[in-house]
Design a protein around this ligand. Structure first.
Ligand code: FNR
Length: 335
């Protein structure tokens, strides 16, 4: 892990209520996937290309993945995260502790809205309209959560509810109710995705695809992009590391839409590996929460700055281009 990220993580752990630290840090089940997401990067190596004489692009292919409840990490919550963007895209969680309109108003980069489809489609439509009105540039429908993940750390702490004064602000005043809970439902299907696509002109991404067949189906439903993700090891503790699932999805999509990878990205080199395996960008979840808890807006900015700097350095050392033939398995000769 990049040492600045490690320092921010240590500081976050020191300042956070241990119950809230565990909510952010934890995964589902035995936390096999949580560990695998990071370990997968360590199993791969990059064969740089030399003497390519190329101008190195300064594009920074990173986005902030949606994470819930930023005000548990810092009193300014999602406002601090949004202020730190300086051009980076924030996918703002439907479970944010600041309303989406305020997140967008504070943002110094594009904001996309992450949505868990609510079985009551009237509620879903109100959420979509709020995202549109706020000025979000895209919708990201999370598709890996037909039920809530079972997080043993939260169960052990009895952590079910936000502390008094904090709430999922986007869930206020929906369909005649002052405050609704976010619902998960196994009844959600591609039909619901179609209905959302019909109700809005915003580009529609799906997040949480691991099977290449689902990636192909997603294309048939007109998605603008796919996030390969296992929810940071927080849903099914039997899935592969997100990075290991990436190449098959990239092959299935065959360049028709962009594919983003999240899960376990902890340094600029990890972003480079994801790109070499065909991702058009990488996403980060927890590192932003550590920066936010450690030092608010400034902490998030440090996370983004250090990852940008490290990624561009790696890119230069690789000859300015990252392709799949440059990725080899560490410790295996002749590949
Ligand atoms: C998440 N994630 C998530 N995803 C989503 O679609 N909606 C959400 O509200 C949340 N909330 C959330 C809370 C916390 C505390 C975590 C750690 C994660 C998943 C998130 O978008 C992303 O997929 C992972 O966090 C990526 O893995 P890393 O970078 O945390 O390893």
């Amino acid at each position: 892990m990049n040492p600045v990220l490690a320092e921010l993580h240590d500081k976050a752990r020191a300042v956070l209520d241990p119950v809230h630290y565990d909510f952010f840090a934890g995964g589902v089940g035995d936390e096999v996937v949580l560990a695998e997401n990071e370990a997968a990067f360590g199993r791969l190596a990059l064969l740089p290309r030399v003497l390519r004489g190329k101008e190195i692009s300064t594009d920074f292919p990173l986005m902030i993945s949606p994470t819930a409840f930023h005000r548990l990490a810092h009193p300014d919550g999602e406002l601090a995260t949004a202020r730190a963007l300086s051009g980076t895209t924030l996918v703002s969680s439907m479970a944010s502790t600041v309303p989406i309109a305020d997140v967008v108003a504070a943002a110094t980069g594009p904001v996309w809205f992450q949505l868990y489809v609510q079985p009551d489609m009237d509620v879903t439509e109100v959420l979509v309209r709020r995202a549109e009105r706020a000025g979000c540039a895209a919708l990201v429908v999370t598709v890996d959560s037909p039920v809530f993940g079972r997080h043993r750390r939260d169960i052990a702490h009895g952590f079910h509810d936000l502390p008094a004064g904090l709430t999922a602000e986007n869930m206020r005043d929906l369909a005649g109710e002052a405050l609704r809970n976010i619902e998960m439902s196994t009844a959600i299907s591609w039909r619901h995705v179609d209905r959302i696509r019909e109700m809005t002109a915003l580009p529609l991404w799906v997040k949480g695809v691991l099977h290449p067949k689902d990636a192909v189906i997603a294309l048939g439903h007109g998605v603008a992009g796919i996030v390969v993700s296992n929810h940071g090891g927080r849903q099914l503790d039997l899935v592969p590391a997100a990075l290991d699932a990436l190449p098959a999805v990239v092959d299935a999509v065959a360049g028709r839409v962009p594919v983003v990878l999240d899960g376990g990205v902890r340094g600029g080199g990890d972003i480079a590996l994801a790109l070499a395996l065909g991702a058009s960008a990488a996403g980060i979840g927890r590192p932003v929460l550590w920066g936010l808890a450690a030092d608010g807006e400034q902490g998030v900015r440090r996370v983004l700055d250090v990852l940008r700097d490290e990624f561009l350095h790696v890119l230069a050392l690789c000859g300015g281009e990252l392709t799949r033939d440059m990725v080899v398995v560490r410790g295996v000769a002749g590949c």
